[in-house]
Design a binder for this molecule. Structure first.
Ligand SMILES: [Zn+2]
Length: 268
């Protein structure tokens, strides 16, 4: 392969690799230098190996140094101090990679934007795919169907497009009580998104910045069927007759999706 490609072509090749994946999250990688493709990789190409590792391990160290990595998903970081396999961010740093282009940030609460930051801290230039490609990558990366229902507390990114998304929150694996919520009308320019549930079920926890600030879910006034949420706001969803409530914090919002953290609490 001796043809020289532009960065935007190389992003497209990474997306092409991504589309070869048969399981989620789908990740594709291209490693290039001076516009020449040195190697490619996709998740699932080698069992249990992340796409960045698949692509980089095809290359000798001399080729890795100074290269540019195009990856459709933000590289992972080590979650434990003594992790058996080094994280992709660590591998990229150890490989002497000069620049990384990222398709989408990882929605996993523990990794989210840490890979991005770790690379920057190690003097690697980090840029993003073109806007249009980012949208395409985002749609392919995760299996959003599973968001229709969540079990127990959690933190994750949720797409809010078109007519919005409904989510059933189940108390726990063994406790099948559920509460229905939905998200609509994401307005990134105004920094808000609407959370709704049944009549009188939604309260804004005014003044609370952490779940632990909340002593009782019913002390907050003005229950409604919906709340217009802004970043860092906490809302409580407690439908009439329910014996538990969902506390939801809007951690961040983006062009097409929002990042949430939530807890489930029993109520008397
Ligand atoms: Zn990884």
């Amino acid at each position: 392969m001796t043809k020289k490609y532009s960065n935007s072509d190389l992003m497209k090749f990474a997306v092409k690799e991504q589309l070869k994946c048969t399981e989620y999250p789908k990740v594709g990688v291209v490693v290039a230098k001076y516009g020449l493709i040195l190697s490619t990789g996709f998740r699932g190409e080698v069992a249990k190996k992340h796409a960045e590792r698949v692509a980089l391990e095809k290359l000798a160290m001399t080729d890795r140094i100074g290269s540019t990595v195009f990856t459709t998903l933000e590289p992972c970081v080590a979650l434990q101090a003594n992790q058996a396999t080094e994280s992709c961010a660590d591998l990229i740093i150890a490989s002497g990679v000069r620049e990384v282009f990222v398709g989408v940030l990882d929605p996993n609460g523990t990794i989210y934007s840490q890979g991005f930051r770790k690379l920057l801290e190690n003097n690697i230039s980090v840029k993003f795919f073109n806007r249009k490609l980012r949208d395409a990558v985002e749609q392919e990366t995760f299996e959003y169907g599973e968001i229709e229902k969540v079990i127990g507390p959690g933190k994750r990114r949720v797409p809010v497009v078109g007519s919005g998304i409904g989510i059933k929150v189940q108390f726990s694996e063994t406790d099948q009580r559920t509460i229905d919520i939905s998200w609509q009308t994401l307005q990134p320019a105004h920094g808000c998104v609407d959370l709704s549930s049944s009549n009188g079920a939604v309260r804004i926890a005014a003044g609370a910045s952490r779940f632990s600030d909340i002593t009782a879910p019913t002390v907050f006034r003005f229950p409604s069927h919906f709340a217009r949420m802004k970043k860092d706001m906490i809302a409580i969803v407690l439908p009439e007759g329910s014996t538990f409530c969902v506390l939801i914090k809007l951690i961040d919002l983006f062009e097409n999706d929002i990042l949430l953290q939530w807890e489930v609490w029993n109520v008397q």
